[in-house]
Design a protein around this ligand. Sequence first.
Ligand code: C2E
Ligand code: MG
Ligand code: MG
Ligand code: MG
Length: 284
Amino acid sequence: VEQLVALLRRVPETSGRRQVTGTGAIDPGRLAQAIEQGEVHCLFQPKVSLTGRRMIGVEALARWRSPEFGVVPPNLFIPLAERAGLIDRLTWCVLRQALGSFRRWRAACPDMTLAVNLSPLSLTGLSLPEQVSEALAEAGVPAASLVLEVTEGAMMGDFVMAADILTRLRIRGVKLSIDDFGTGHSSLLSLMRLPFSELKIDQSFVRTSLTDPEAPKMIRAIVSIARELDLQLVAEGIETADIAALMQHLGCVVGQGFLFAAPLSGADIEMRLKDCTWVDEARG
Ligand code: C2E
Ligand code: MG
Ligand code: MG
Ligand code: MG
């Protein structure tokens, strides 16, 4: 429970509403209904080039705005969706909505990418690559603009199946990203064998980079792995200018975090899209 409470405190956009402290009380049928009735939507967090403060992409992050529970964070309802067999429905709901918003932004910034998170459980169905292609065609978004983020854990189950699905996605042109790198047990072997395009350093390394003397060494090592394997490197969870400067100094080119922007509504993203050279003016 303490862990859950700590978790909830980290969610910035949870406002005055009653907060949910666990999903035990939520009926999976209620979540199914919520997905159906459009209570699940996405926010978008910019991925920013550390050198030019340019928005190079956005990551869709799911939110459930429920009349009875308030804003339920994804760390609570995604595990519930996974347990209740609703995760595919949730993934399609997020993917369709995100692509629908993203298609409108492409005119202003054609090079921008859209990232969507995939549950490890989605890497067990061979129909996934086909369905992703259909959703892209429906939205009129090129496959190369989509990045699917999977955590290292996705490769821990049936590796052969996961590798098969990821390879099929890559052949269709979709980019693949390793999320929360450094927290799982994934081996360099799986990294090198699979067609990933991006690697995201987990927030825990980024957050401790100024205080833990070992952290910069780790980050340097990750930077050189990414260079060798030709992966775009993203530092997650950058909250201060000092950490952004350190990450840049260590050779990391792209960052994401509250320093640049919290997850934003689609309308807010649209406002910040001017010329694709968006800078948070409040911070100079
Ligand atoms: P993630 O994909 O690693 O996303 C990053 C999380 O860190 C987001 O939390 C984001 O709001 C938060 N974050 C970003 N910058 C900062 C920062 O500077 N400081 C701190 N403390 N936090 C920051 P969020 O939105 O609560 O999502 C949590 C996780 O839930 C995501 O982690 C992802 O694994 C999962 N998730 C979110 N949406 C979806 C989805 O549509 N499908 C699936 N399968 N998982 C999702
Ligand atoms: Mg992610
Ligand atoms: Mg992450
Ligand atoms: Mg995470």
